[in-house]
Write a protein that binds this ligand. Structure first.
Ligand SMILES: [Zn+2]
Length: 190
């Protein structure tokens, strides 16, 4: 899936926008690591606050289908009768993307199918709060470093302990990229 293909999917999704109050249409196309693309549009409400953004519509569709890992999202937005321009995700959507994606997730900001900017989620949402800031047991099955978006280029070879297991003198794992289950298994096998 190329950036241009993902951009095109976001532009098509924008045509389904339900935005009679803002008249601002947004479409999103979210690429899961499974290879499947989930699209979404903004959906507004006369009561305003129940309104949902295109990015979260796509994300919620994907998560409700069992997806948990994502590599890219394209976002296209424009006033209903206006010219498209680069449309960046709102703060709420950046926070929700962070919940399921790592800092290296690509965010494709689409003006047209062949005119877009590609940023990382980390660039769009620096110094953010996430699962890694909570107690390890809540880290979504990841060690603290992984939950904070640290990417390991080499497979883990050793680790010094588990930040997942908690407890007074647990040593933070500094190089582990294993899941909680794998880490616990590894610990018991040592
Ligand atoms: Zn949003």
């Amino acid at each position: 899936m190329t950036h241009a293909e993902l951009a095109q999917a976001a532009i098509i999704a924008k045509s389904n926008s339900y935005s009679p109050y803002s008249n601002f249409q947004v479409g999103a196309a979210l690429l899961a690591k499974s290879g499947k693309v989930y699209t979404g549009c903004n959906i507004e409400s006369a009561a305003y606050s129940p309104t949902n953004c295109a990015e979260r519509t796509a994300l919620f569709k994907a998560v409700s289908e069992g997806e948990r890992e994502f590599s890219a999202i394209a976002v296209a937005g424009s006033p209903i009768n206006g010219e498209p321009d680069y449309c960046f995700p709102c703060g709420v959507c950046r926070q929700m993307l962070k919940e399921f994606a790592q800092d290296n997730m690509e965010v494709v900001i689409v003006k047209a199918e062949n005119d877009y900017k590609v940023l990382s989620l980390g660039e769009l949402f620096p110094h953010s709060f996430g699962a890694g800031d909570l107690e390890p047991v809540f880290n979504n099955g990841m060690c603290r470093e992984r939950a904070n978006g640290v990417i390991y280029k080499e497979p883990p070879t050793t680790h010094t302990g588990s930040s997942l297991l908690g407890g007074g003198d647990a040593v933070d794992c500094v190089i582990c990229a294993l899941s909680a289950h794998q880490l616990i298994e590894h610990r018991f096998s040592v």
